[in-house]
Design a protein around this ligand. Sequence first.
Ligand code: 5GP
Length: 191
Amino acid sequence: MKKLEEKILKDGKILPGGVLKVGNFLNQQIDTPFMKEMGEEIAEMFKDTGATKILTIEASGIPIAVSAGFAMNLPVVYAKKNKTSNISGDCYSTMVHSFTHGNNNNVIVGKEYISSDDKVLIVDDFLAHGSALVGLIEICEQAGAEVLGCVAAIEKGFQMGGDKLREKGYRVESLAIIEEMTDTEIYFREQ
Ligand code: 5GP
């Protein structure tokens, strides 16, 4: 999505450790008209797939997932990060390593929210090493739901998570893919 690439170049801040901060339009502050456009772009990519639900992970995946949910007229479920590993039998759960915080989170979804009847589109803000998406795929597997595909707003291609999932046969789409990021420059993958 050309406009997203332009916004990343204009507003993105490169932090140490291969982290990109886009706090003024995607994360801490949300550019709502642009969020709407990204949701519509995702809806166009996955139209006619028979999706019944969108799944994301708190907190930063929620705005883009909800925007896609509006555009596709679908409910959005978000996995919660749970500090304790003491899980009741009412939840699907898995462990997700947080790239930005460097810790592991037990991630849970109530069993009532995803079932074997669901065809799920997984949406997140960033795709780096793929731990968040792999965790959400595992939740769908536990529920017996079909994973139609995964979408990230921004994929950092150099951290390989997206390509590893594609190699496994998952449909992974990203609105912008950063192929290379130096201390000062960002280069995008042609799509
Ligand atoms: P992964 O699990 O693919 O390694 O990382 C994806 C998750 O980490 C996303 O849910 C996102 O919140 C966070 N994340 C990864 N890389 C970045 C980044 O460069 N910037 C921001 N803001 N979040 C990131």
